[in-house]
Design a protein around this ligand. Sequence first.
Ligand code: ADP
Length: 740
Amino acid sequence: MTKRIGILTSGGDAQGMNAAVRAVVRTALDRGVDVYAIYEGYQGLVDDGEYIRKMDWDSVGGILQLGGTVIGSARCEAFRTREGRRRAAKNLIKAGIDGLIVIGGDGSLTGANLFRQEWPELMQELLAAKEITVEEAAEYPNFSIVGLVGSIDNDFSGTDMTIGADSALHRITEAVDAITSTAASHQRTFVVKVMGRNCGYLALMGALATGADWVLIPEAPPDVENWQDVLAERLKAGRKAGRRDSIVILAEGARDRNGNYIGSSDVAHALEEKLNEEVRVTVLGHVQRGGRPSAFDRNLSTLMGYEAVNSILSAKPEDEPVVIGIRNNRMTRLPMMESVKKTQAVAEAISAGDYERAMSLRSSSFKDAFNTFKTMVRALPRPVDPSKKRFRIAVMNAGAPAPGMNTAGRAAIRLGLDAGHTMLGVRNGFEGLIENDVMEMNWMSVNGWASSGGSVLGTTRRVPKGRDLYAIARVIEDRRIDALLIIGGWNAYESAFILLKERGNFPSFNIPMICLPASINNNLPGSEFSIGADTALNSITDAVDKIKQSAVATRRVFVVEVMGHYCGYLALMGGMATGAERVYMHEEGIKLRDLQTDVENLLKGFETGKRLGLMIRNENANPVYTTDFICSLFEEEGGDVFDVRPAILGHLQQGGDPSPFDRIQATRLSRMCLEYLIDQCEKKNFDSAFIGMQNGRIFFHDMRDFDRMIDAEHQRPKDQWWLELKGIATLLAKQGPNAE
Ligand code: ADP
C-alpha cells in the first residue's frame, strides 16, 4: 500500500486547485499516510529536494477560498525530457514517496502518464548509474499515479466538469452582463473573446447564460462560407425585433469551415462593414483564470481530492493510472491513458476538419446545450403560419423567488412565440391566476430576463383552496389556456398537485401542466438540483468568506444560519464550500451532547492557537436549539477563550443574479418543459408532470407520484442524494491533531 503521497499542481492554474490540495492533504493525514506537497509543479520534482515539503493538517488551513494554487504551478521543459523525468523519479525515491497525485490539464496528465509508463525503465537507468541502490530499485518496481483535471477549459474527455471551469464561467458571465448594459445604452455590437483552447465549452455556456446573440466555437464552425453575411443578418433581425445590444461570443479556438482561425478583429471588421456601425472587441484573457473559486468548484475539488486519496490507497502499484472525474453528478475513476487519448482526439479531429467527429466526442450535455443555444438564437418573432395549430400556453412563477426563474420564463416565452403559440404570463403566482391577472407576452417583454434575479412576473406562496379553485377554473376557460408551465418551489408543486386531484370536479383543469424546479432550498422531488440553489450557495460562500475575513484579529466563533426550510442542502454544501467545522441540519437533528462536544472541541482548538470557529446551522435544524440558543451556550462556555457571533444570512440568499449553472439549467429545463407541453397539446393528452435532473439525465415524473416521493411534513424529498457527502465535509473541516 502507498505510504507516502506527493501532490503537485501543474500547467495552467485553475480556481479550485487549492480546495483539491486541502482535501488530498487532510484525507491522507486522516488515513495515517504522510503527504508531501511538491512546489512549482514538475519543476519542483525535477529540481532537488527543497521543493518537496511535508504537509500537516494546518498547512492547508485557510486556502479553500483562494484562487490559483498556493503550492505553485509551472510549465517545465525538463519534464518533457527523459533526463528530466529520471531526475524526478530519483527525487521521489529519495523522499520515500510512492504515490503521486497530479492536478493539471491534459498536458500535465500526458506527462504523468508517460512518467508512469517509463517508471520501470527509469529505475533500471538510475540503478545502472548507481544513483539509487538495489534495495531502492526493488522497493519501487512501480509507482502509483492519480490525476485530477485542473483546467478552466473543461476540455477533458470522460468528466462532465473540470476543476476551474465553473469559476471561469462566473467571470465570463459577470463580464458579459456588464458589457451588455453598456452595449444596450449605445446600441452597440460587442465581440467578446473567451478562452478554451480547442474546447468551445466556455464560449457556448457563456453565450447560453448571458443570452448572447451568436457564438463561434471550434467544434462547430459556421456551415456556410459567407458566415459573416449570415451573422450580420441575424444581428439585424435581432435589432429589428427590438434588441438594443448585440453580443457575439468567440472561442479562442474558433475556425471557419476551411480551418482558418477566426480572430476577434475578423468578426469585428466584417460586422462593422455589414452593419455600418461601430463594433467593439473585448478579449477577456486571464481574468477568466482569476478570482475566488465558485461554490461548485470548491465542492467539486474537495470531492475529487478525497476520491483521489481513496483511489491511490486502494490501487496496486502495477495498476494503470486513473483520473478522477465527475459523471452524472457522481465521482468516477477514468483510465488516464485512454482519457488523455480521447481528449487529444478532439483536437486532432478539429485540426483535420472532421467537426462531426469533434462534436460526437463531446459530452451529451455539451451537445444538448448547443442545440438549446441554436434554438434560442434562431428564435425570432416570425409571421404566424395559419395552417398550423397554435396553443395558448401560460407561464407562471410560484412559491418563494429563486434566481433563475426569469431565465426559465424567458426561454419558454421566446421559444413558444417562435413556434407561433400565444404565450401568456400570469402575475404573482396562483394569486394572479385566481384574480385573472394574466397578460399576453411578446418578444420584448422578456428582454433582459436571462441575467436578472428575482421574479419579474411576480410570485406568491399562495396555494389555492376552496373557492380559489372555481376562480382558477373560470380563468383557464376565459383565457382559453391550453397548457400551464409553473416555475417554482414547494408551493408550486403542491398547487399543481391539488389541481390534478381536483380534475374530477373542475373539467377545465384537464390541461397539460408541468412544474419546473426553482427553489434555493433544493428540496423538490425528482431532481438533484433545483434552479436557484447554486446561486444561493454562491451567495452563502461570498458572505461567509467576508465574515471569516472580519474575524482575523479576534478569537471568534461564528454561527451562520442559512435557509432551506427543513432541507439541509444549503447548510451542508455551504459548509463544505466554506470549510465549516460543524453543520447542523434537521435531517440529523441536534442533541445536547453534540453541542457539549462542539464546545469542548472549540475550547481545545482556541487554546492551541485556533483563531476562528465556523458553524453553519440550517434554519430549522432544531426548534429548541436555535441559533440564538447555540450562540448563548457557546458564549457562556467559551468564557474568555473566545467570543461568539450569530450571522443570519436571510434573504440575501434568495436574491442576486442567477449563477451561470442556474441560467444554463433554467434554459435547458424550460425548453424541455415547453416541448413537453406542446407535445401533450398536439396529442390531446393532458398529463401533468414535474421535470428533474437525476444522474445527469432529464426525467419527467408523473405529477401523481408527487406525494409518494416526498416527506410532506418536512417538505423535502424522501431521497436526498447529497446526504452521503456529510462525512467528507465533516472530516475535512475538523480540527487538526495539533488542537488535540
Ligand atoms: P496543462 O497541464 O494545463 O495542459 P501544459 O500542456 O503546459 O499545461 O503542461 C504542463 C506541463 O506538463 C508541461 O510544462 C510539462 O512539464 C508537462 N508535460 C506536458 N506534456 C507533456 C508530455 N507530452 N510529456 C511530458 N511532460 C509533459
